[in-house]
Design a protein around this ligand. Structure first.
Ligand code: BG6
Length: 487
């Protein structure tokens, strides 16, 4: 990917956790790879508590360098990366300081990217301050999640930002959309003839989408306790994955074709009837337990978390899509912290053959299944039935494996690197459009409201397990179980 488009990448929250762990390392990788960033492209970090550029570079050396290139840092590339970095000291609470930024950016070639790696309460004030010094022209703005707390607050941010920036200038990040395996899901569905004819209610019995984490809330207890798993993971990452799995083939990969199709899925989600909530939604919270041999504390004792917190750290949902392709097919979504394993995967369970010429007993081996694993390792596994050797006709499940790291040894790109390059190059397809975000909030909100009204504590689960038993019971009602429960 060669580029000569110049840019200035302005990083608000330049000393924040996200800048340290994700954004600056991703920009470094793009720089190190060569040919991805224009030589003239600059990074302008904005922060309040740093004296000047020299102090900022010290901070980058101390805090960012440990997060780049797991296999050691290329010192020459690192030194030339630091040459790209400039610094402007701004107090975001003081709009007059933005004159300093305007002066620092004046006369520079190419597009300006403003990355708001700050809390959402600063999004609107920053946009106003940028507009007050005319910096909203010839620019793009990147908004990190969480964008709001509910539909109303998300609309308030979108309205205010939308008065200053046109929708084509706004890049709402959902980093799951930048993950290589999620891209591969599009390739699998729309680059092959094998799967698409079967990708529908006639042949699919159920679909599971899991994003399980071993990590707890780390240093974000305070934020997380006011957020919970439904807002943190379901409203965005899980519903985005669901819409990619379920969408109709887009006319092309241009940004609005893809986003239009995802939006149709989000709008077709069957609204959850409050009377059914106990049957279709499970919320849990982890208690103390053991993960990989290490004792881990209960959520309620994590720093920043209220001891009597009723915030959910686990959610499982049964979702239905009201359209011809998917009517009646349950989609089971699940996410949680401190679960037994770190895994993100999509499981497509196909129906059994309509008639078994081989006899009923032959089919005890199960049915076809496609397991698309997104992380930790990217694989696609297709389960088929084959005859067991020997006398008689008994079938057993065998699988075909596609391990991508064996085919493609190089060239994997981290999600943030891909997404930042897309912003710099003006590609919107992997960013969430406002109407998608609204549709997701609209669907999620009744669940939040119902949980708040019921005021019941979440179901407990021990850290290091797969969540509350109720999540398994929910699938059992449909005659199925989560993938890890099969064996
Ligand atoms: C973030 C959530 O969006 O995604 C975190 O805020 C979560 O709570 C993270 O840990 C998971 O991302 P990944 O890429 O590690 O699966």
């Amino acid at each position: 990917m060669q580029t000569d488009s110049s840019f200035t990448f302005v990083l608000f929250g330049g000393t924040g956790d996200l800048s340290m762990r994700k954004i600056l390392p991703a920009l470094f990788e793009a720089h190190r790879a060569g040919g991805m960033l224009a030589d003239s492209g600059k990074i302008v970090a904005v922060a309040r508590h740093v004296a000047d550029r020299a102090a900022y570079i010290d901070w980058v050396n101390e805090h960012v360098k440990p997060h780049v290139s797991k296999n050691g840092v290329d010192e020459t590339a690192w030194a030339s990366f630091l040459d790209r970095i400039e610094f402007v000291k701004i107090d975001l609470g003081n709009p007059e300081d933005f004159v300093l930024l305007r002066d620092a950016l004046s006369g520079r070639p190419g597009i300006r990217v403003f990355y708001l790696a700050t809390g959402p309460s600063l999004f609107v004030p920053i946009c106003h301050a940028l507009a007050s010094v005319g910096l909203n022209e010839n620019s793009r703005i990147v908004l990190e999640k969480p964008l709001g707390y509910d539909l109303k607050s998300s609309n308030a941010i979108n309205d205010a930002v939308g008065e200053i920036f046109a929708e084509e200038q706004i890049y709402r990040i959902d980093h799951y959309l930048g993950k290589e395996p999620v891209q591969n899901l599009l390739a699998l569905r729309f680059g092959n003839v094998l799967f698409e004819p079967l990708w529908r209610r006639e042949w699919v019995e159920s679909i599971q989408i899991t994003i399980a984490e071993e990590l707890g809330v780390e240093a974000r207890g305070d934020f997380y306790d006011n957020t919970g798993a439904l807002r943190d993971m379901v409203q965005n990452h899980l519903l985005q994955l669901l819409s990619i799995v379920a969408m109709e083939p887009p006319h092309s990969m241009d940004s609005d074709s893809v986003r239009d199709e995802k939006l149709r899925v989000l709008r077709a989600l069957k609204p959850i009837d409050p009377r059914d909530i106990g049957k279709v939604a499970v919320r849990g919270q982890y208690h103390a337990g053991v993960i990989r041999g290490n004792a881990v504390p209960a959520y309620a004792t994590e720093p920043g978390v209220k001891p009597d917190s009723t915030t959910e750290t686990f959610v499982a949902l049964k979702v239905e899509i009201e359209n011809w392709r998917w009517a009646g097919v349950p989609f089971f979504l699940r996410t949680g912290k401190r679960l037994a394993d770190r895994v993100a995967e999509i499981v497509v369970n196909f129906r059994a053959v309509p008639h078994s010429a081989l006899g009923a007993s032959a089919l005890r081996g199960g049915a076809n299944r496609l397991v698309i694993r997104l992380q930790p390792n990217e694989t696609i596994r297709l389960y088929c039935l084959a005859k067991q050797p020997g006398e008689g006709m008994n079938l057993a499940s065998v699988h075909l494996d596609l391990a991508f790291d064996r085919f493609f040894r190089e060239g994997q790109m981290e999600a943030y690197q891909r997404l930042l390059l897309d912003v710099i190059n003006g590609r919107l397809a992997l960013f969430v459009r406002r109407d998608e975000q609204e549709a997701a909030w609209r669907w999620v909100e009744p669940i939040l409201n119902e949980w708040a009204a019921a005021n019941k504590p979440p179901k407990p689960y021990a850290a290091g397990t797969w969540g509350p038993a109720a999540a398994s019971a929910m699938l059992a009602q449909h005659g199925t179980c989560w993938l890890e429960e099969e064996n």
